[in-house]
Design a protein around this ligand. Structure first.
Ligand code: HEM
Length: 320
């Protein structure tokens, strides 16, 4: 009797848990009553920031990625270090590299004016990433919202969980698998490197030491990326050499021609299991666009804080 009662109780708990977790899902209409203007406000600020500087679209897209891969899409990357707080902005993948924080602050101020205390910084990152891709000519998708902001951040998790440009195909796949994303998602999301820039320090080894690189491409990249560490470390090169400010499938065409800028880029087309997907995206922009949009939605779903977890930060730079 006692056993069946505890069985029934356990079942009830399980049901309640299921109910509460299904309630906690993100949705596209989360702000339709509380802040109906949020999507137009974010879009207009993203568009004007990109009109001023095309690279900003790439930078905003990357911020969302670096947010989601570290303890979920919870706005943790936006928390600034203070004397008593160490966040993610100075973690190795972000330090002197991640950018766009000011645009996020501008968006947040505008949204706070319209709907104070309603829209999370984590959601702003997700919407801004989509609007950036669209503004630069890429696909659109419906952004799910309803994330809360974290009260913590983790430099250690950032160093551990964001994939590095030195990674092999296996390393890349496991780093995405750890976030619940497949190798297929990884190859699709890497198409983000159709826009934006990388610093010499991140691709030096590839252009000097790897053999799976087109030699004239390597030579031309070496002209502005000296072999020795020094002031040239920060010199920039486009991740897609032809159209670095247009979101398209050129990235994959480059990989087929051994013109990937990062070691990790070229790993996706290096005689391994992902070659066929790269080939397919290089000739089918619509398949790439559809897979990219689907994978962005999946990435945006990584362990969000919802319901009573987390907070709506007033200022994205610090906890309330
Ligand atoms: C597959 C593993 C990935 C690795 C190893 C990687 C690595 C890098 C590195 C090293 C840079 C250059 C940073 C610098 O030099 O300052 C970069 C730039 C960038 N990454 Fe990735 N990335 C990966 C996946 C992604 C994903 C999934 C996204 C987006 C969903 C993304 C979006 C970007 C963008 C847009 C830029 C250019 C940023 C700018 O110009 O400001 N990356 N990435």
């Amino acid at each position: 009797m006692a056993a069946s009662l505890s069985m029934a109780l356990a079942n009830l708990c399980f049901l309640l848990l299921l109910l509460s977790s299904s309630k906690a899902e993100l949705s596209t209409n989360y702000y339709s009553k509380s802040c109906p203007s949020v999507f137009t406000t974010v879009k207009s600020i993203v568009q004007s920031a990109i009109s001023k500087e095309r690279q900003m679209g790439a930078s905003l897209l990357r911020l969302h990625f670096h947010d989601c891969f570290v303890n979920g899409c919870d706005g943790s990357i936006l928390l600034k270090d203070t004397l008593s707080f160490t966040g993610e902005q100075n973690a190795f993948p972000n330090r002197k590299s991640a950018r766009g924080y000011n645009v996020v602050d501008d968006i947040k101020s505008a949204v706070e004016k319209e709907c104070p205390g309603v829209v999370s910084c984590a959601d702003i990152l997700a919407i801004a990433a989509r609007d950036s891709v669209v503004k630069l000519g890429g696909p659109s998708w419906n952004v799910k919202v309803g994330r809360k902001d974290a009260r913590t951040a983790s430099q250690a998790a950032s160093n551990r969980d964001i994939p590095a440009p030195t990674f092999s195909l296996n390393n890349l796949s496991s780093s995405f698998r750890a976030q619940g994303l497949s190798t297929k998602d990884m190859v699709a999301l890497s198409g983000s490197h159709s826009i934006g820039q990388a610093q010499c320090s991140k691709f030096r080894d590839h252009i000097y030491n790897d053999s799976n690189i087109d030699s004239s491409f390597a030579n031309s990249r070496q002209l502005s990326c000296p072999r020795a560490t020094g002031p040239g470390d920060k010199n920039l090169a486009p991740l897609d050499l032809q159209t670095p400010t247009v979101f398209n499938n050129n990235y994959y065409k480059n990989l087929i021609n051994q013109r990937g800028l990062l070691h990790s880029d070229q790993e996706l087309f290096n005689g391994g299991s992902t070659d066929s997907q790269v080939r397919s995206y290089s000739t089918n922009p619509s398949i790439f666009n559809a897979d990219f949009a689907a994978a962005m939605i999946k990435m945006g779903n990584i362990r969000p804080l919802t319901g009573s977890n987390g907070e709506i930060r007033k200022n994205c730079k610090r906890v309330n």
